[in-house]
Write a protein that binds this ligand. Sequence first.
Ligand SMILES: Nc1ncnc2c1ncn2[C@@H]1O[C@H](COP(=O)(O)OP(=O)(O)OP(=O)(O)O)[C@@H](O)[C@H]1O
Length: 581
Amino acid sequence: MSEPNVSAMRRVLAFAYPLRWRFVGAGLLAAGTEAAGLGLMAAATWLLATAAGQPPLITLSIAIVLVRALAIGRGVLRYVERLASHDAVLRMVTEVRARIFAALVDRPPARRADALSRMVSDVDAVQDLVIRVLLPMAAAGLVAVAAVGTALLADPAVALVLLAGLLVTGLALPLLAARLARHGAARLAPLRAAYAVDTVDLVHGAADLAAFGARPGYEARGAAHAAELARVERALARRSFVVNAAATALGGVTAMAVMVTGLSRGLPGVWLAVLAVATLAAGELALSLLAAARKGAEIQGSLRRVAELLGEPGDAASGGPAVPDGSVHLRLRGAGVRYRADAAPALHDIDLDLPPGRRVAIVGPSGAGKSTLLALLTGAVTPDKGSATAEPVTAGTGGASAVRIAARTAPGVAVDGGTPIASFDRERWPGVVTGLLADAHLFHASVRDNLLLARPEATDEELLAACRTAGLADWVAEHGLDVRVGEDGAELSGGQRQRLALARAVLADPQVLLLDEPTEGLDAEQADAVLAAVLAHRGSRSVVLVTHRLTGLDAFDEVVVLDGGRVKERGTQGWVRAHGG
Ligand SMILES: Nc1ncnc2c1ncn2[C@@H]1O[C@H](COP(=O)(O)OP(=O)(O)OP(=O)(O)O)[C@@H](O)[C@H]1O
């Protein structure tokens, strides 16, 4: 196995360590199940072969009891083993999922979508690693050792032949199967991805494909990918079949070799029969090893991706500095953000001062970096140059006399007189800075549930007040708070959707309210009215507004014009009027 795969497995298996005794128990139960199966075959063969000589019944009674006990014991052991192994692995996977979720919450938004799919599908690989790969391997290994050990008691030469046979069927063939499965996975992955893209395009783009008459072309492309996928899968299944057949045949050859060796060593006939049948039964274990090897190879990609997420710094909630209770002074100093090493920075050298009560409007063309600037303030993005910090402000003092909390709140590192925003407790920071951010999501739930997300303890009066501020009061009066909004608000108009998201941000009532294009989808008159209502509701508390429109900005202390990620211009009140807003 390659180095990255080994370290991925190590990182994932670190989560099994606290449950190690449960896994050891499950492994022993699995080995016991396989050993009971093997013992059953051996005991039954001994019984049949001995009974053929018509000895007194008393001679057979122990074997009869043993056969019954092994037959029942095997079923019971299998049941208990399944219970124990699944219990242990589900506990482990719960931890893994929690850790991945924490890492996912801290990810920049664009990387979340693929992380989400990892959370759902790749984590299953962790389950498979334990249940379908490691436990069967451990059980087969233990039983093989026991079988060779028992054969050794009968005759060393026979044991040697058995060992050689098991090494080929239980080691060489599984290695070959793993290699073929890896190769197969590499061929299948791009085909499956292409087919998944086709399916998503056909489902989500159905209306547009129909509108432009492009459906037949897309359907033909999907069908071609499906056919190619089926062809490759058939070819791979044929290879798997050949390897399985080889394992079965080798099991037979080993049984024959054991018999011939036993015969030449003068072992009694009954023992020859027992050894031969037990060898055939041991050969069946090779089939489970083949399946384990294939599964192990298939899940390597998923395990690597899971391990990569587990290796991320993850949730800052634990161990981050406490979020200040009172007002805060936020600062960006020479802040730069670069999403990808090979792309231009989204922001360069941004300075911004946000003492309590400040209202700042960020304007600029699409792609100027406005949402990225808000992401610096929420802590979703960390600056790779300069700093984005917060310091609490004691009552009666201005930003300049702010108390520096960094010194008393390790491990938050003081930067430029404040604590890095991204280091704060991630679950509490939204109590200080949050709002209506780009592409706000509406949940497939009621209006009430969507609003309560911002403040679970809010009363109906408070919900209605937030709706009033966002201009949604008439609609809510007509439909009520319990009406469902559909998947991501699909059952609302664009304007209603935006107002509901805005009402949720207003209800959150943080110290610094961020509004990313809050009036998008509303006509100019409605937009001005809604913005005025939100500003009136905020009173003297801070607001950072991202907008394309230069109207209605008189109430802002500062307007910052971004272009290409840089501050192109900035001005205080009156600047907008002077610039024809
Ligand atoms: N998660 C991301 N990963 C990579 N690049 C990103 C990401 N988010 C934004 N960018 C890039 O950063 C730049 C600034 O994007 P940003 O969303 O901040 O602009 P914006 O001014 O808010 O644009 P708009 O008005 O269209 O929303 C763009 O070039 C964009 O392509």
